[in-house]
Design a protein around this ligand. Structure first.
Ligand SMILES: *Cc1c(COP(=O)(O)O)cnc(C)c1O
Length: 385
């Protein structure tokens, strides 16, 4: 043992890990530029990096996008903002979409975060703090134009618009709203929300506006306003239902063969024997399971790839493993430790999501913490910080 040469730390992690997750930062930057190119007129493009940049790593993603020229970022939780803020220079703005939670107002100021105010109560809390500090405080204001989730409802908005002095002390950096069905270009809610957004803005002081998420970008110039607010498309998820995906794939997930076994026809595999071999079968057990975000709904449905050949996932997804039918590979193609593709350019996040009965967003944000993660292409992202 002692005469084996020491491996550098990165490759040691890869030798030890059961599965590798590669995140292509250059592809994320490419996707951001592609979205920015769609922007009408002077509209700028922000980046939504909530939920650890959809599971891919908020710190490296944010750093790469800043280097590429992105200056506005959105997170959901205050704590996500507190973690990211030190990585960004002062000319970057970090918006917190969950707004102000009671008692957290001063934290937002301390950490140089811009809350998205979602209610009249939040406007009051922010202006009260501004008066106390004797200065204007930056904020975004979110209108509910149909989502009925976050954002100021119509009755509260009417009360605000009736007396705009209620915004005294607010440095209004953005007025925003969120689309219900942007991925369906023909959905009637799109035009309805666009119209409500315009009506609301007309009653507010002039401020930059933002409506489009990833899918909204592809609804056309009328939806672009001053700032695009994409998340999923940056990470390679297809923004338009039923149309070719213009985004570049970002993740590659490979899992190692832990064990190979030849089983006879009639042998059941895994929990509940949810699958039974119909022929003499080669089963490969891979080191990824539902604890790694390989959703249990992929039981008997998913597939993996080896050298371009598709191998069906058979039986239940376990916590730490999946089993695949490798019978159709050339003899001895696989050994223990061989790497099989779970996500790649052919087997996309959207395809896996379709097999699992969910959306690409959930597949990405489910990816667990046990992978050996590598960030590729950072050197291609122009100058660094
Ligand atoms: C998550 C989110 C986005 C980004 O949406 P994508 O569909 O991932 O582009 C934009 N705006 C709000 C309010 C969000 O919650």
């Amino acid at each position: 043992m002692h005469d084996r040469p020491a491996l550098p730390a990165a490759s040691r992690a890869q030798v030890n890990a059961g599965a590798w997750l590669d995140v292509d930062l250059a592809a994320i930057v490419h996707n951001w530029r592609l979205l920015k190119q769609q922007a009408h007129g002077r509209a700028d493009c922000a980046a939504v990096v909530k939920a650890d940049a959809y599971g891919l790593g908020a710190a490296p993603v944010t750093t790469a996008l800043y280097a590429a020229g992105c200056r506005r970022f959105f997170v959901a939780h205050l704590d996500e903002g507190i973690t990211l803020r030190p990585l960004l220079p002062a000319d970057a703005t970090l918006f917190v979409m969950h707004g102000l939670l009671p008692g957290s107002e001063l934290e937002a100021v301390t950490h140089d975060l811009v809350p998205v105010l979602n209610s009249l109560a939040q406007v009051r809390a922010w202006t009260t703090l501004a008066r106390g500090l004797g200065r204007r405080l930056p904020a975004a204001l979110q209108m509910d134009t149909g989502m009925a989730r976050l954002g100021m409802p119509a009755d509260e908005f009417n009360r605000l618009a009736a007396d705009l002095h209620q915004l005294d002390g607010v440095d209004l950096q953005l007025v925003m709203s969120h689309l219900v069905s942007a991925e369906q270009a023909e959905a009637p809610t799109n035009a309805q929300q666009l119209q409500r957004f315009a009506a609301a803005r007309a009653r507010l002081p002039a401020a930059p506006a933002s409506l489009a998420n990833s899918s909204g970008v592809w609804l056309g110039a009328a939806y672009h306003h001053d700032l695009l607010r994409p998340g999923a498309a940056l990470y390679g998820v297809a923004p338009m239902a039923g149309r070719p995906n213009p985004m570049r794939p970002v993740v590659r997930l490979r899992s190692k063969v832990l064990q190979l076994r030849h089983i006879a026809a009639g042998t059941g595999v895994g929990y509940g024997h949810a699958w039974t071999a119909q022929r003499p079968t080669l089963i490969a057990t891979l080191a990824t399971g539902y604890a790694d975000g390989w959703l249990r709904s992929l039981s008997n449905r998913g597939a993996v790839r080896f050298n371009g050949q598709v191998l069906p996932l058979v039986g239940k997804v376990s916590m730490d493993t999946i089993t695949v039918d490798a019978t159709d590979l050339p003899p001895d193609a696989l050994q223990e430790g061989s790497l099989l593709d779970l996500l790649d350019e052919q087997l996309t996040v959207d395809e896996v999501a379709a097999a699992a009965g969910t959306i690409g967003y959930e597949v990405l944000t489910s990816l667990g913490s046990r992978y050996a993660r590598r960030y590729l292409g950072a050197e291609a992202c122009t100058h660094s910080l």
